[in-house]
Design a protein around this ligand. Structure first.
Ligand SMILES: Nc1ncnc2c1ncn2[C@@H]1O[C@H](COP(=O)(O)OP(=O)(O)OP(=O)(O)O)[C@@H](O)[C@H]1O
Length: 580
């Protein structure tokens, strides 16, 4: 309820606006609502997924022209306004994918440039394709049937649509899809390790954002009553983009307030209307410099509350049984003859390794001996030049990190990969993304299966947090955690996947002696549930205390392998690694 009241307050104000009886306000507020229909979708692309789509005015133009051409009767029998709006949304969905596709290959700024290029192409086509678009002379926009043919009637329609978009995009934002988008934005590698496939997810979001933008375009043409290519300026694109930036990433309320602010600004400062672009830019600069998190950060009082100084990580391994269950079968993960060279460096040189479920397998060796590389090969980040891998009876294909989560292989990273702006609970829930069965549409509409899954995922994530000893920090933003807490949070994110094998890359680095002891007990408890653990570590004591098997690497080759007691006294290991 607390999170709902700002939306209800805005809605109440909007519903009362007609009491002013001023139709000029109807025009401004309608424009605001139409912009929000577009921005709410774009917000998922820019604010959640972190894709710099700048030229979204192109999609507004596509929607405006499609709806206008279909209702004007210049090329075919005129269609009813709502049918034309629906078709405009379809055209926008298709165009949204076209604009979005480069994002799958191009990095930030290059992608931004392609969206700008697309906007220029659309403007040029609307100018040149005179028979259909009317060229520079333009074309009349759709007219609405009664009662939406009056200023206030149309206002209520746009307000209703804006409210629905707020609700629907907030549903996506709070779903596993929203969390996955933020994960892609903040740590693509962590997202991959959790089995999140970026292309599919982004395409879905581009379809939605494109459809909403084009639908907004149809409404925009209705409001304008007549459209020409000049109506779709670069300034408008900037407005859409900046509304999201000043609103704050990963928020719905922030960009909504940003939209209201940016639409109002030139109106309230009427003499400055000609300066609107300047005002947007100045506002953007002030916000970026003064409050980088945007309006959303200003409103987020929760993240300013101080955290207790004397908090300690207290794992509760009892919570592992309900989380992980028991594994009846004990599978083997085998590597045979793995070779991986980087240029002239043979990082792994003919490695054989067997990991068993229910065992902790330590992988140790001097710096640069190939430990992390081995872990990266197993988890699919590196593709070896020779050798094979099997998991149980099935071959484990090289490469393809996204597929590992579904095969039951989870991992942590040498440097914790956190999704800083998400809460600790959300970070852990990201690990459970692939367990979701409800589709994008179900999430958009918050249907019962989706809501049930969300509850189950949250409960599972809470169990994982309890197991690693971070339950008290569930609601805290992850970027406020200490280093050691982040390490345990990553383990929770991996555990929530209920993995068959868990790869830990130097989990004890940066931990205090007491924390290392608790970590050791936790890892042992995880393996007792039947999970196979691969532990890459420099802390020899931890390795010898908790491992069932130890493999020592040197220059990419196995120097020794066996029980901890054998390794501890192995002559070559002692001289090459452990020291006398
Ligand atoms: N992406 C890469 N490109 C080029 N060389 C690499 C790459 N990754 C690893 N190497 C090289 O491969 C060798 C093995 O590195 P790796 O990181 O696996 O060692 P490690 O045993 O994990 O070391 P550390 O204990 O320092 O983490 C090193 O010589 C390293 O420089």
């Amino acid at each position: 309820m607390a999170r709902l009241w700002p939306y209800l307050a805005i809605l109440a104000l909007a519903l009362l606006l007609p009491l002013t009886g001023n139709e000029y306000w109807a025009l401004i507020a309608t424009r605001m609502a139409i912009y929000w229909v577009l921005i709410s979708g774009l917000n998922l692309v820019v604010g959640f997924a972190g894709q710099l789509a700048i030229g979204y005015v192109a999609l507004l133009a596509i929607g405006a022209y499609t709806a206008s051409v279909l209702t004007a009767g210049t090329v075919m029998e005129p269609l009813p306004a709502f049918v034309a709006l629906g078709l405009a949304a379809l055209a926008g969905a298709a165009a949204g994918v076209v604009v979005g596709l480069p994002a799958l290959r191009l990095r930030t700024f290059y992608f931004a440039m392609t969206t700008l290029g697309f906007a220029t192409i659309v403007t040029q086509i609307t100018l040149a394709w005179q028979d259909v678009t009317g060229g520079g002379i333009g074309i009349p926009g759709p007219s609405m049937p009664a009662p939406m043919d009056t200023a206030w009637g149309f206002y209520y329609l746009c307000l209703g649509l804006g409210a629905v978009c707020t609700w629907a995009t907030a549903n996506i934002g709070a779903s596993r899809f929203g969390r996955a988008l933020v994960a892609i934005r903040d740590s693509e590698v962590a997202a991959e390790a959790s089995g999140i496939a970026k292309p599919r997810l982004l395409v879905m979001v581009f379809i939605l954002a494109g459809a909403l933008a084009a639908f907004a375009g149809g409404l925009f043409a209705t409001l304008q009553t007549y459209i020409t290519p000049d109506a779709f300026t670069f300034d408008l694109s900037l407005l859409f983009f900046i509304a999201i930036l000043i609103g704050g990433r990963g928020s719905i309320l922030g960009p909504l307030l940003g939209t209201i602010l940016l639409t109002l600004l030139p109106e309230v400062a009427a003499p400055l209307a000609a300066w609107s672009t300047f005002l947007y830019a100045a506002l953007l600069l002030v916000i970026v410099l003064a409050i980088p998190g945007g309006i959303a950060a200003l409103l987020d009082r929760n993240s300013r509350k101080p955290l207790p100084e004397d908090r300690a990580i207290q794992p509760r391994p009892e919570a592992l049984a309900p989380l992980l269950g028991e594994r009846a079968e004990r599978k083997l993960l085998s590597l045979r003859g793995i070779v991986l060279a980087f240029g002239g460096v043979r990082a792994i040189d003919g490695l054989d390794l067997d990991l068993r479920q229910g065992e902790v397998h330590g992988l140790i060796g001097p710096n640069g001996s190939g430990k992390t590389t081995t872990l990266n090969v197993i988890s699919g980040y590196y593709r070896p030049q020779a050798g094979s891998m099997t998991l149980g009876d099935a071959p484990l294909p090289p490469g393809h990190p996204v597929g590992r989560a579904a095969r039951g292989i989870a991992r942590t990273f040498q440097t914790p990969r956190l999704i800083g702006e998400a809460t600790v609970l959300e970070n852990v829930m990201i690990g459970a993304t692939i367990e979701g069965r409800a589709g994008f549409l179900e999430a958009l509409l918050s249907l019962p299966r989706q809501r049930a899954e969300e509850r189950a995922m949250a409960a599972q994530a809470r169990l994982a947090l309890e197991a690693v000893g971070l339950a008290g920090l569930a609601g805290v933003r992850a970027d406020r955690l200490q280093h050691s807490e982040l390490r345990f949070m990553e383990i929770a994110r991996a555990l929530v996947l209920r993995p068959e094998f868990l790869m830990l890359d130097e989990p004890a680095a940066g931990l205090s002696a007491e924390e290392i002891r608790r970590l050791g007990a936790l890892i042992r408890a995880v393996s007792r549930q039947g999970v196979g653990v691969l532990l890459v570590e420099h802390h020899a004591d931890l390795i010898f205390d908790i491992c069932d098997q130890v493999t020592v690497l040197n220059l990419g080759k196995v120097l020794a392998a066996g029980m901890p007691a054998e390794i501890r006294t192995h002559k070559e290991v002692v001289s090459a690694y452990l020291g006398a």
